[in-house]
Design a protein around this ligand. Structure first.
Ligand code: ATP
Ligand code: MG
Length: 467
């Protein structure tokens, strides 16, 4: 029974080793990040420059070590062979000869300048510059082919290589063009390599600047907004798609927060204004208090004040609560709303197109629908609800056959505590917050609510929410 437990458990030793490797890796990066540049620009530049330097070092090393050395060896061997041939010819020449033919042929065919000097000691070996392959290679190649003492100078005159061979009675001096003994123009390769890297670096810097500037601009805009300062006037989303999207999202977020703050202020002033009006009336009525009807009026005002305050508190509470997005099932909602229509004795037609599952904040979204449908049930007899879930948008249309709202008041009714009941049959149960709450919820989801005329004769409410 416990065997499966044993099977699934990782072997203790391996597990410990793995976690210790991970721990030291994390420690290494923590320490590294202390030394690494902190800014995005410098970091991205490092990401571009480091591989380039690494690649070039490897290429330069391989080139120098393999290719250059191999070619030098070949060319030096050829030079050594030619020198050996000249030495053989000089040795074969009878004593007293002036070596004219040999010198002429060497000059014409090999481009060597050959001199036969009287016997003299060879100069001491000269210093060899750092990273000079030629001197050593040529020396080895000549030593393999000539048994006489010799001396070479690959440094003195940079265009030629001087070689001297000591015969018993004379010294043979040969000047060979340097390009015949060693690959020339090696520096050109390095110049090209460094040059192209500089060009690449320049391009990388220019591109990186352009990519990073929008991020910096977004950072600054977000910082200034977070500190309650006005946004930089020229801020607009730019750069790569993700950055642009972040910028757009930031602008929308800022607008939403600003709208909400405006609305709250408007509501607060509405509350205080309305309460003040009622309290003034209170005072007047209190002054005249006496009859029973006066006291009744007083009670009515107290009720109005209470429901207004309660409505406000509810609204404020709903705004403050934070809710996670999750799945809202429109089919379950349909069942519920159909029951409710029956309960209210209203006629409801419901149609649903598309996926019935939407991702929203369910409680807030429920509040939105409850307010709109509640209005329709309150002000009308028959209601139609068309729900259409498109790929990125949820559109809910609620039609009713009630009195509707005149066009010039369709913005007004969204304001908190605004009710149109003054001129029509007064239903005192409402506080005028329903539409304000509904629009607030829609906007907090990134959508909105519009009011128009309904084909049923009443009001049509269209809710659009990205989902
Ligand atoms: N479907 C509708 N038909 C006609 N008029 C409407 C409809 N919905 C809203 N209204 C008008 O808009 C006003 C504001 O609506 P809102 O939902 O904000 O407040 P309320 O319904 O009066 O009160 P509450 O929703 O806070 O209980 C209402 O007083 C009403 O006059
Ligand atoms: Mg309402």
């Amino acid at each position: 029974m416990a065997s499966s437990d044993f099977d699934s458990a990782p072997p203790g030793g391996l597990w410990a080793a793995l976690s210790s490797v991970r721990a030291s890796w994390n420690r290494f990066w923590r320490r590294m990040s202390f030394y690494l540049p902190k800014r995005l620009y410098a970091r991205s530049l490092l990401i571009v420059v480091m591989p380039m330097i690494l690649l070039q070092s490897v290429v330069a090393y391989v080139y120098m070590d393999r290719y250059w050395r191999a070619v030098t060896e070949r060319l030096s061997a050829a030079t050594a062979r030619e020198l050996a041939a000249i030495v053989d010819l000089v040795e074969a020449e009878p004593a007293g000869s002036d070596y004219k033919d040999i010198i002429a042929i060497a000059n014409r065919r090999l481009e060597y300048n050959v001199y036969v000097l009287p016997h003299e000691p060879l100069p001491a070996p000269g210093g060899v510059p750092f990273f000079d392959v030629l001197n050593e290679t040529l020396h080895n190649e000549i030593a393999q082919r000539i048994s006489l003492p010799f001396w070479i100078d690959t440094v003195g005159n940079s265009r030629t290589v001087e070689m001297r061979v000591q015969f018993p009675d004379k010294v043979l001096q040969v000047f060979a063009p340097r390009k015949q003994a060693a690959p020339s123009n090696t520096h050109i390769f390095l110049v090209w390599m460094v040059g192209t890297s500089l060009v690449l670096l320049f391009i990388a810097i220019t591109f990186l600047r352009n990519q990073i500037r929008p991020i910096i601009a977004l950072t600054e805009a977000a910082e200034s907004f977070g500190r309650g300062r006005p946004a930089p006037p020229d801020f607009r989303p730019r750069g790569a798609e993700e950055v642009r999207r972040a910028g757009l999202a930031f602008i929308q977020m800022r607008e939403r927060i600003e709208r909400q703050m405006e609305q709250r202020t408007a509501m607060l002033s509405g509350v205080s204004h309305d309460l003040r009006t009622i309290l003034t009336r209170f005072r007047l009525q209190l002054a005249l208090v006496g009859s029973k009807s006066d006291r009744e009026a007083l009670n009515q005002d107290i009720d109005a004040m209470q429901s207004m305050l309660e409505g406000y508190l509810q609204f404020a509470r709903g705004e403050a609560e934070e809710e996670e997005s999750s799945i809202f099932d429109l089919e379950t909602y349909r069942d519920r709303i159909e029951e409710e229509a029956e309960l209210h004795g209203r006629k409801l037609e419901f149609s649903l197109k598309g996926d019935p599952l939407v991702k929203v904040r369910p409680q807030a979204f429920n509040r939105l629908l409850a307010n709109l449908v509640g209005n329709a049930f309150r002000y009308a007899k028959s209601v139609r609800m068309d729900v259409e879930h498109r790929p990125a948008m949820l559109i809910i249309t609620i039609d009713d056959d009630g009195p509707g709202i005149p066009p010039e008041q369709r913005e007004e009714v969204f304001k908190p505590f605004v009710r149109l009941e003054g001129g029509r049959n007064l239903d005192s149960s409402g506080t005028g917050l329903g539409l304000a709450i509904a629009r607030d919820v829609a906007r907090s989801h990134g959508g909105d609510i519009v009011l128009t005329d309904s084909p049923l004769g009443g009001l049509r409410v269209i809710v659009r929410v990205p989902a």
